[in-house]
Design a protein. Structure first.
Length: 283
């Protein structure tokens, strides 16, 4: 009698359960801007010469012009009871704002050349995040430089504005807004030019006429006729007059609204042009 053969039972190998796959949600635009802004600020912190060299022209103007022209007679339309240091400091802060704006464009050119932008374009991020981050980094740099200039003016030169602390703070805030707005113009220039040399040349061509053909160093009424006409349509004249009126408590506060409107227009047009230029293929 033959015994029944029971078929062997197949034993399935025991494997460890795979851990659940972690899902990473897409980063928000705000997170992208924050991370890229922090990256730009870290590069400035590791190279403080960028901030220091950006201070050279405003500080030289502050010390040289105040020492040279403070002993000269005031022009006919110079505000009564205002020293030349008080008069010129707003111009120095605006000049610093323009210098910082230029550096924002130069920084974008560097990112385009060193391969950072090419690597970022391979990531799922919004292209304009890098541009917005660059503008915010420029704002922080301009604020740090403005604090240094004010510290030198208060501590070394004896700057004593007649406006209150809140008015001086509002004056500095308006200056920083203009720096941010002008930064978009130079970011747009950097996105289209993509070379450092033309950017530097553009800065010289733009800054010197804009600063000297304005109310920066002398009241517009005391300028020659043709130069006064140019200063009357110069955007920096409105910015300087507004910041000066706030800090010193003198007439001219009616320039605040035009300065803000001009800044918004510059930022809007510059932002659109910057995005269009930035989207072009890299070469």
């Amino acid at each position: 009698m033959t015994a029944a053969v029971t078929p062997a039972t197949t034993v399935e190998p025991v494997t460890a359960a795979a851990p659940p796959r972690q899902q990473w949600p897409d980063s928000s635009v705000f997170l992208q801007i924050r991370v890229l802004t922090a990256r730009s600020l870290r590069s400035m912190a590791t190279d403080p010469g960028v901030v220091l060299f950006g201070l050279l022209q405003p500080v030289i103007i502050l010390f040289v012009l105040t020492q040279v022209f403070s002993k000269m007679g005031a022009p006919p339309n110079f505000p009564a009871g205002i020293t030349y240091l008080d008069f010129i400091l707003s111009a120095v802060l605006v000049d610093n704002a323009v210098q910082s704006a230029v550096q924002s464009g130069v920084g974008l050119v560097d990112d385009l050349k060193n391969g950072v932008v090419a690597r970022l374009r391979s990531l799922p991020i919004m292209p304009s995040s890098l541009l917005i981050a660059r503008s915010f980094a420029n704002l922080v740099r301009s604020a740090v430089q403005a604090v240094v200039i004010l510290a030198l003016a208060f501590g070394v030169l004896g700057y004593a504005p007649s406006g209150g602390a809140a008015d001086v703070a509002a004056s500095v805030g308006l200056t920083l807004f203009m720096s941010w707005a002008l930064g978009w113009a130079f970011i747009a220039a950097g996105a289209w030019l993509r070379r450092a040399e033309p950017m530097q040349n553009l800065a010289v061509i733009a800054i010197l006429p804009l600063m000297f053909a304005s109310s920066a160093y002398m009241p517009v009424q005391d300028l020659p006729g043709w130069l006064a006409a140019v200063a009357g349509v110069n955007p920096l004249t409105y910015a300087i007059d507004a910041t000066r009126a706030l800090a010193l408590g003198i007439p001219g506060a009616d320039a605040i609204v035009p300065a803000l409107v001009i800044g918004v227009v510059i930022a809007a047009v510059g932002g659109v042009l910057a995005v269009l230029g930035f989207r072009r293929p890299l070469r």
